[in-house]
Design a binder for this molecule. Structure first.
Ligand SMILES: NC(=O)c1ccc[n+]([C@@H]2O[C@H](COP(=O)([O-])OP(=O)(O)OC[C@H]3O[C@@H](n4cnc5c(N)ncnc54)[C@H](OP(=O)(O)O)[C@@H]3O)[C@@H](O)[C@H]2O)c1
Length: 258
């Protein structure tokens, strides 16, 4: 009998995950390898990537690591060439690397804005261009998943630069969904609500942070595993007709943000 769950598997697909050295990226790498994918782990902290790669290889997964600062445009083509030589053409790109430097608008320097935009937006632009060029040359379809944020849909105090970067990423998601549909390349975004990771764990360890989580509509942060189903839908053939969507994974937080 036909197994409807099978279309969520990633067997035979090569997946590049940026920011795979911690948090959401490391979790997606583990789960996508468990779903049968070949995973390329990219970030700056290579010792973290190597430890994760060793863990995944021990389960029989095909894995490689790439030392990549995503803001270094000059490193992108060689990183993709390395991955292609080791694991094949990248079928699924997860633009997950991201930074947040929360501060009120008047205390946000131009440098902070520029570095936030460079990591959260321009890097995704450049990586997607390189991956898409290679897919088109290979006459293969693919999937790009941009890790945006509910703060790209609505705003919160102290997040002007971050929200602008994620809103730009959401806009790019829609533009590329339209332009790449002819190549069979789907482009979608996940918009996570709050998940406790290295990016925010100091704040959520404070009384103010714990109280904040009680006040948001779901009354708690998400568990990292709650991103897996939505990410698998967008990455796999189960989502073959899903293109250009921005899927909040936030327990409904976004409905109160706008
Ligand atoms: N946690 C949340 O509540 C939340 C909510 C919405 C959206 N998000 C988004 O989710 C994504 C992952 O964040 P996270 O929560 O998992 O935080 P995290 O644990 O701090 O992870 C951020 C990742 O980005 C990588 N990174 C940062 N700058 C980079 C650069 N220049 N080049 C390459 N990699 C870089 C880091 O790796 P290296 O330092 O090793 O390079 C790290 O692996 C981000 O885009 C974030 O905006 C998070």
């Amino acid at each position: 009998m036909n197994d409807p769950i099978k279309s969520f598997r990633l067997d035979g697909k090569t997946i590049l995950i940026t920011g795979a050295s911690s948090g959401i990226g490391a979790m997606l790498a583990r789960q996508f390898a468990a779903a049968g994918g070949r995973v390329a782990l990219a970030a700056r902290r290579v010792e973290r990537l190597q430890a994760l790669a060793d863990e995944l290889k021990a389960t029989g997964a095909a894995v490689t690591t790439v030392s990549l600062d995503v803001t270094r445009t000059d490193m992108i083509a060689s990183a993709l060439a390395q991955i292609e030589a080791e694991l094949g053409v990248v079928d699924v790109l997860i633009n997950n690397a991201g930074v947040a430097q929360p501060a009120s608008f008047l205390k946000t320097s131009t440098e902070a804005l520029e570095s936030t935009m460079a990591t959260n937006f321009t890097a995704a632009w450049n990586l997607t261009a390189e991956v898409a060029k290679r897919l088109v040359a290979a006459k293969r379809g693919g999937s790009v998943i941009n890790i945006a944020s509910v703060l790209g849909l609505g705003v919160g105090p102290g997040y002007s630069a971050y929200s602008a970067s994620k809103a730009a990423l959401i806009s790019l998601t829609r533009s590329l969904a339209l332009e790449f549909v002819r190549y069979g390349i789907r482009v979608n975004a996940l918009a996570p609500g709050w998940f406790v990771t290295e990016m925010n764990e100091d704040y959520f360890a404070t009384d103010a942070g714990r109280e904040y989580l009680k006040r948001i509509p779901p009354g708690r942060a998400g568990q990292l595993g709650e991103l897996v189903g939505p990410a698998l839908l967008l990455a796999s053939d189960a989502g073959s007709y899903v293109n250009g969507v921005v899927l909040p994974v936030d327990g409904g937080h976004h409905v109160a943000l706008v």
